[in-house]
Design a protein around this ligand. Structure first.
Ligand SMILES: Nc1ncnc2c1ncn2[C@@H]1O[C@H](COP(=O)(O)OP(=O)(O)OP(=O)(O)O)[C@@H](O)[C@H]1O
Ligand SMILES: [Mg+2]
Length: 155
């Protein structure tokens, strides 16, 4: 996202890394974009991308503990959705490796190593920043094939 992008709407949520909050995050992003009346397939892809990022915070970042997950949603001019999901967990030592399809550090837990690949395919841009011991931030940008222009949603 470029800094000059005009923000039409924005919410920031913070919640603990409890498994039930994966569902909450899906519902939250769904509610955030609902005024744009997105197509069902599009909504489903966005919810899945959010779910993968939040699940990673729950199962990897805060592996044996519960920590805070921060999710920021922005609706940008031109019907583009910006999603940022970050944690202050264990971090990722090799981001390029972690982003490779089928790479997982948790094969014993039936993880497929496909979360980042899914996020990448369901969004237009995926950025991963991380510092081992400090946490990880995942940002995604997705243009919405909306039936209602964002500006019309404002009263
Ligand atoms: N927020 C995070 N904090 C720490 N490590 C992470 C985080 N997100 C991803 N990782 C690391 O990146 C690897 C790849 O993540 P990815 O989501 O692609 O696969 P996975 O979670 O292992 O499997 P799947 O998502 O298919 O269940 C993980 O195995 C983990 O080591
Ligand atoms: Mg994953």
């Amino acid at each position: 996202m470029k800094t000059k992008d005009k923000i039409i709407n924005r919410v920031t949520l913070r919640f603990p890394s409890l498994s039930e909050n994966e569902r909450f995050a899906r519902l939250a992003v769904s509610g955030f974009v609902s005024s744009l009346d997105p197509a069902l397939d599009e909504l489903s892809e966005i919810k899945t991308a959010v779910s993968e990022a939040v699940t990673n915070c729950i199962v990897h970042a805060y592996r044996d503990t519960v920590g805070e997950i921060r999710m920021e949603l922005r609706l940008l001019e031109g019907c583009r959705l910006y999603i940022s999901i970050s944690d202050k967990g264990c971090g990722i030592s090799d981001i390029d490796k972690a982003r490779e399809p089928l790479f997982t550090t948790a094969p014993d837990e039936e993880r497929a190593g496909l979360g980042f690949a899914i996020m990448e395919s369901f969004t237009d841009k995926l950025r991963v920043r991380s510092r081992p011991g400090h946490g990880t931030a995942v940002t995604m940008l997705r243009a919405l094939r909306t039936r209602k222009p964002a500006d019309e949603t404002r009263s």
